[in-house]
Ligand binder design. Structure first.
Ligand SMILES: C[S@@+](CC[C@H](N)C(=O)[O-])C[C@H]1O[C@@H](n2cnc3c(N)ncnc32)[C@H](O)[C@@H]1O
Length: 228
């Protein structure tokens, strides 16, 4: 698994450096839309709260949360040369072993669980660093277990693949209670979470047929969890 993860990290670095070929969420408005459409919440969830983002990348939501009174920490295993903002504390570390002591009111983990090394451990670490009554916002790509054999063949980029049931199980096992779960067809087309021909053609042209097929079968699974 370590070999797979290291390969994924290399590809991750390359993909972010070649950002022109992707459509990352990279503005406050897009993150607002994303939260609204996928989680039915707004940025108020972060207001004056201590926030930890695990796997924040160079453009994760923590880059766009207004600085107010809460502590803001972003952790990622990679360092990116073109990070946008410095409105939060940035730590290079793996989410499975956080070099932190604090407990946070909101923990965010967006599009990281299938990219990381040990997802169960990362979720346990998230629970350890969430305050009692604190919230975990989790976004993860899922596919049906029945097509796992196909998914593993067409998507070698991600070290892990999960079904929605597996994600639910891991989250509960880590000690979180699930308060809400939404599932919608994947893709960064925030305002149109359904099949989008233009987006499909873009993926075909800039990436590969396998990535395009994977984009058709994966689901954006978004959970609001609470540490009891
Ligand atoms: C697809 S990107 C998502 C970035 C960001 N959350 C966003 O939504 O834009 C996945 C990120 O997870 C990071 N990552 C992968 N494995 C990790 C780990 N074990 N611990 C912390 N971060 C990790 C990668 O370096 C990468 O920045």
């Amino acid at each position: 698994m370590l070999v797979k993860w290291k390969a994924a990290q290399e590809q991750e670095q390359e993909a972010w450096e070649d950002i022109g070929t992707g459509t990352p969420i990279d503005s406050p408005q897009e993150w607002r839309d994303f939260l609204g459409k996928r989680f039915c919440i707004d940025f108020g969830v972060f207001h004056a709260k201590s926030v930890l983002e695990i796997g924040c990348g160079p453009l994760g939501i923590i880059h766009f949360i207004e600085p107010d009174h809460g502590l803001r920490v972003g952790v990622d295993s990679l360092l990116f040369t073109y990070e946008k903002h410095d409105n939060f504390h940035r730590i290079r570390a793996i989410g499975e072993f956080l070099p932190l002591r604090g407990e946070f009111e909101v923990v965010v983990c967006f599009n990281v669980l299938d990219h990381c090394l040990l997802p169960r451990m990362l979720l346990r670490e998230a629970a350890l660093h969430a305050r009692t009554g604190g919230v975990l916002l989790l976004w993860v790509h899922t596919t049906r277990k029945a097509v796992r054999f196909l998914v593993k063949r067409i998507d070698r980029y991600h070290p892990h693949h999960f079904s929605m049931e597996e994600v639910r199980h891991m989250v509960s096992e880590a000690g979180f209670g699930i308060r809400a779960l939404w599932a919608s067809p994947a893709g960064y087309e925030i305002n149109e979470p359904s099949f989008n021909l233009r987006e499909f053609i873009r993926i075909l042209r800039t990436k590969s047929i396998k990535t395009a097929i994977y984009s058709l079968i994966k689901t954006d699974t978004c959970l609001v969890c609470m540490k009891p």
